[in-house]
Write a protein that binds this ligand. Sequence first.
Ligand code: BTN
Length: 256
Amino acid sequence: YAGLTTKTLGHHLVYQDEIPSTQKKAQHLAEDGAEEGTVVLADEQTSGRGRLGRSWHSPKGTGIWMSLIIRPDIPIHKAPQFTLLTAVAVVKAVKHVTGLDCEIKWPNDILYKGKKFVGILTELQAEAADVKAIIVGIGINVNAAIDDFPEELKDIATSLRAEAGTAFDRAELIQEILKAFEDLYKSYMDEGFGLIKLLWESYAISLGRQIYARTANGTVVQGLAQGINDEGVLLLKDKDGKIHKIYSADIEISSQ
Ligand code: BTN
């Protein structure tokens, strides 16, 4: 394969064998003025972070644990679009490298046959209403064996190797993700969110289905997933026909 083919993304690469969290490191680097396109990568995280205060299992040598620093000139209300952009980039890269067709569960989980193998965490540094930096954290179970997963993950999580029956080159996958991300980022800055929204919707599993959305403060909204709006917000229509905008939540897809 070609090696890193991006123009800027990943050219400044901070690599550590072991790190508490690439996300935390990238946050600090961004606060200290790290340039756009900086990537922090580690072979193992000792306190990997997930969404909503959870931890992220990041064992040595089997996964991709990385955080990207980008500095788009956009207002903060558009930042959630980058979570969706990232998910699309990862789905495309995984398809390219492994041939597997995976699915996106709003906003940011990537699943294969219903089991999660990618988590995305986007965090924001802002000044008033403007974005200063977006830190995009991507965690991918690449070559882990399900037997080595913690008990509570065995039924709900998977890895690319477990699904494809063969191991993959993590460097190749990283390069493809960075390339796909950079291309979509360019399309976003030149032409807006349209293409990304379309691609995202074509990979999404939750649209048109009954969803339970549990927000961070514990509120549950139930309704039909109508789609996402131009800001990347999920729209749920409840039984009275009222549309709810879901900014951040855990969703569960009802089986009926
Ligand atoms: C989720 O909860 O689904 C998001 C998980 C994000 C994990 C990645 S791994 C690289 C980066 N560093 C972290 O500590 N977390 C993110």
